[in-house]
Design a protein around this ligand. Structure first.
Ligand code: ZN
Length: 250
């Protein structure tokens, strides 16, 4: 078997130490250790890895500025999730190696709360040390239009998950969760948008024989309308978070 080189640092990796990424590149264990424990190499590409590194670097700066020692920030999921309604930011943190070494290395990711697309409790069964099935509860996060790590699961409990949802729902206000749900609330603007999407769909049907280009354009318009609908009602939260981020990262 040919030796592989780490696609990040270039180091030669022995067969036993290979970790594969989603794009079939390999990375070394040392480079894996630099990621948040929520980063699953097999699900992510080399590009994701590089963006994740920037995300962690920025996350640390934003954590220091807005979350470290911030008593007003609400804490959920055993302090893995910190929510600050004043800046419109949330921090997701976890330590790597805290089972082996006392303490461990913390990793911080900071997101705009307005980008939160999915936040769902999921339970699965895992074989425990006694061979019996143990129920594990996790919270599945997906952030909209974010590079780096934006889709991951965090260990939680039903109670802690529900408490966090209550807090986030309150901050997100009437829009709640989910781009389509958020976009189609019954108010005038949404009705107008729905009408425009319906119009586009009708055009797409009519243009079936009118060439691929017309269909592509219509599809793009629909995608754009859907995209805009995501942030509908979240504009203030976006502005607040952007100002806070700009303050620290420039
Ligand atoms: Zn490496």
């Amino acid at each position: 078997m040919a030796k592989k080189n780490c696609s990040i640092c270039g180091a030669e990796i022995g067969l036993m130490k290979q970790v594969q990424l989603a794009d079939r590149e390999f990375i070394c264990r040392d480079c894996v250790k630099k990621t948040s424990p929520f980063f699953v190499p097999l699900e992510r590409t080399t590009y994701d890895y590089k963006e994740h590194m920037k995300q962690l670097e920025n996350g640390k700066k934003l954590y220091d500025a807005y979350f470290a020692g911030n008593k007003a920030a609400e804490k959920f999921l055993s302090k893995r999730v910190l929510v600050d309604k004043n800046t419109g930011l949330m921090c997701i943190t976890e330590k790597r190696g805290r089972i082996i070494l006392w303490g461990g290395t913390p990793f911080y990711m900071v997101f705009r709360i307005a980008d939160l697309e999915i936040c769902e409790g999921e339970s699965r069964f895992e074989k425990g040390s006694d061979g019996k099935n143990v129920e594990k509860f996790e919270t599945h996060f997906i952030f909209h239009d974010v590079v780096g790590l934006y889709d991951f699961k965090v260990p939680s409990s039903k109670g802690s998950h529900d408490a966090m949802m209550k807090c986030l729902d309150k901050i997100l206000g009437k829009t709640g969760f989910g781009s389509i749900k958020a976009g189609f609330k019954k108010n005038q603007e949404d009705v107008r948008m729905a009408a425009s999407i319906a119009g586009n769909l009708k055009n797409m049907m009519a243009n079936k024989d009118g060439g691929a280009e017309a269909m592509r354009q219509d599809a793009e318009e629909i995608a754009e309308a859907m995209e805009n609908s995501f942030y509908h009602g979240r504009e203030e939260l976006v502005a607040k978070a952007d100002a806070a981020i700009k303050n620290v990262l420039g």
